[in-house]
Design a protein around this ligand. Structure first.
Ligand SMILES: Cc1cc2nc3c(=O)[nH]c(=O)nc-3n(C[C@H](O)[C@H](O)[C@H](O)COP(=O)(O)O)c2cc1C
Length: 187
């Protein structure tokens, strides 16, 4: 089983990456393959992730807080990924992570969580809202509570994925996807 961890920061190896690395370590400890990908706001980056989604059973959407919201880069990326490959997210494990110097984390998590919820993902949580605090990777590593939150998120995600896998092996398949009804509020 595999999890893709998407880093929506401009900094490839910054705080968001550090937080995702901790989640990835916990997943790996549980025998789950991981890949951290830099989610760039380009069509090529979206296509590459869309391709990798075909063989992944879980996804973590990570973003730094920019102006009390997810980065514009990450919102652009997710809007395009949703349009191109949203169906590939359905019934997979999904989680969200925010990294901030100080504030705007819960608003950021709310936005990221919308992509998990809309796409019928199985939402995975931790022992607190899934955020870390810091301006540098070293500061994130010193955020003891944040590190624990990331570790527990990885452990929970591994457990949920193993449960889903066991269910499939026992013949419990995800529900068939219904054709989407869109009324646009017009009768
Ligand atoms: C354009 C921009 C806007 C930011 N806005 C906020 C903010 O509103 N609140 C906050 O706590 N930190 C803010 N920060 C700091 C980053 O969220 C913080 O340093 C984060 O951990 C960086 O993660 P990264 O290293 O993965 O980019 C901002 C940083 C940038 C570059």
């Amino acid at each position: 089983m595999k999890v893709l961890l998407l880093n929506g920061s401009r900094r490839e190896k910054g705080c968001t990456y550090t937080a995702l690395s901790i989640v990835a370590e916990a997943l790996a400890k549980n025998g789950i393959e991981t890949e951290i990908l830099h989610a760039l706001p380009t069509a090529e980056s979206v296509s590459a992730v869309a391709e990798k989604l075909k063989t992944a059973e879980g996804v973590v959407f990570g973003s730094p807080v920019y102006w009390a919201s997810p980065s514009g880069e990450m919102v652009w990326f997710l809007d395009h990924l949703a349009g191109k490959a949203g169906a590939l997210l359905a019934h997979k494990a999904g989680a969200v992570v925010a990294s901030a110097r100080r504030a705007g984390t819960t608003a950021t998590l709310d936005v990221l969580q919308k992509y998990v919820a809309y796409h019928q993902m199985v939402s995975v949580s931790s022992n607190y809202w899934t955020m870390v605090h810091g301006n540098t990777p070293d500061e994130v590593r010193r955020d003891e509570e944040g590190v624990q939150i990331m570790r527990v998120l990885g452990e929970n995600m591994a457990w949920v994925m193993k449960c889903l896998e066991a269910g499939k092996k026992a013949g419990i398949e995800p529900p068939a996807t219904e054709k989407k009804i869109m009324t646009n509020f017009i009768r």
